[in-house]
Design a protein around this ligand. Structure first.
Ligand SMILES: Cc1cc2nc3c(=O)[nH]c(=O)nc-3n(C[C@H](O)[C@H](O)[C@H](O)COP(=O)(O)OP(=O)(O)OC[C@H]3O[C@@H](n4cnc5c(N)ncnc54)[C@H](O)[C@@H]3O)c2cc1C
Length: 348
């Protein structure tokens, strides 16, 4: 069975491996740079650390994600998953109390540790009110996932823009540049606005800016969360971010964005550092904050995997499993993620 995946961000790469596990012959077409995924920290976290709540279906997504990445590492023999705790820095005593209450809730008790960390293990970080520990979380090295997927696909990987106008039809099957496919999966992130098959007005997007820095003073054994995430990347490099801007869809990073990041970082540390890079991406967020999955209303061999929003690493394994099960086992997609909840907007 021939499948074509358009896009090599987190969605396209994870789906590729789900399809390969099911013995499908996968081809991928993607532009050189996976946009949002390229700048993501890769943090896998089923909790919302601003409000001390759990994300939608936190336990289901979490239960699918870590074993998926563990297995993928073994299958591809490429290290990419790093189990790392998150330390949530408190800025007031009231936040400490709210933490202890939240940690007692059933939905959060696997993740939030009730005992507070009172001293900062590094003098470089400002944590006068201590911090709370989030466990069973960590970081996926997204660049390694992308590179390993490309390597696994070999000749089946094409670095190019998918030209929608070149799709022809052989019966009900899409034919693209010499190959007739059983299925095409569009995993284009925010760029799906250019896809003429699906009118994705529900994809609203949210720009995020981030920095990569080098510092000899910051701790490398945990992800720290204050006004920003400080996420260790190894070799004394750190990912710093991110901003959230649903209005600005300008892809390139801005001086204002950089100044904002540096002001937030200064609240967390006075340690000296060197800026290595400053970038931005548009997260594929949606109107109702749920993903967009499933088949086209009339062209049944065209499918979407999009709307991963701010939690692509956490959600991609289970979402892609749901999508594969819907196609190959005829299982119903959960209605909350079926893109057809917005299908009245479909142009075809
Ligand atoms: C600053 C920032 C930090 C983030 N941090 C995290 C984090 O720590 N953890 C987390 O889970 N999520 C994080 N996210 C969100 C995460 O990036 C997204 O959930 C995820 O990357 C979405 O993946 P995707 O594959 O759907 O889209 P994308 O990563 O945008 O990938 C889309 C792909 O489609 C390709 N494409 C599009 N159109 C075409 C075409 N016509 N032809 C060929 N190729 C095409 C693009 O080149 C790209 O490869 C962050 C996002 C940002 C911006």
């Amino acid at each position: 069975m021939e499948c074509l995946v358009v896009g090599n961000g987190i969605a396209g790469c994870v789906l590729t491996h789900q399809l390969r596990k099911r013995n499908k012959n996968v081809h991928m077409i993607a532009k050189a740079a996976p946009k949002s995924s390229q700048y993501a920290a890769g943090i896998l976290n089923p909790t919302v650390l601003k409000r001390y709540t759990a994300v939608w279906k936190a336990h289901e997504f979490h239960a699918a994600a870590i074993p998926f990445y563990d297995n993928l590492e073994k299958t591809l023999a490429v290290p990419m998953w790093h189990a790392l705790p998150i330390h949530r820095i408190f800025s007031t005593a009231a936040e400490q109390n709210a933490w202890m209450v939240a940690a007692g809730q059933k939905v959060l008790q696997n993740f939030l540790v009730p005992q507070l960390g009172t001293t900062s293990p590094s003098t470089a970080l400002h944590a006068p009110f201590g911090y709370g520990l989030v466990q069973q979380v960590g970081r996926l090295e997204v660049p390694s996932l992308v590179a390993a997927t490309k390597a696994a696909l070999g000749q089946n990987y094409t670095n190019a823009n998918f030209d929608y106008a070149q799709v022809q039809w052989v019966g009900d099957k899409p034919h693209y540049k010499g190959i007739t496919y059983d299925y095409i999966f569009f995993c284009e992130g925010y760029n799906a606005h250019h896809n003429p098959f699906f009118d994705l007005s529900a994809l609203i997007g949210n720009k995020g800016e981030m920095l990569r820095i080098k510092s000899h003073h910051l701790p490398e054994d945990a992800i720290w969360k204050g006004p920003l995430f400080i996420c260790p990347l190894g070799a004394q490099k750190f990912w710093i971010g991110a901003s959230f801007d649903p209005k600005n869809k300008e892809a390139s990073p801005s001086e204002e964005g950089k100044s904002w990041l540096l002001r937030q970082l200064a609240k967390m540390t006075s340690a000296p550092f060197e800026i290595l890079s400053h970038n931005s991406g548009i997260r594929p967020t949606t109107k109702d904050r749920r993903p967009l999955l499933g088949k086209h209303t009339t062209l049944k061999r065209l499918h979407l995997l999009n709307g991963l929003g701010t939690r692509g690493v956490l959600m991609a394994p289970l979402l892609s499993e749901w999508l594969c099960d819907a196609i190959f086992k005829n299982s119903p997609l959960p209605s909350e993620v079926d893109w057809q909840r917005f299908a009245h907007l479909d142009s075809n």
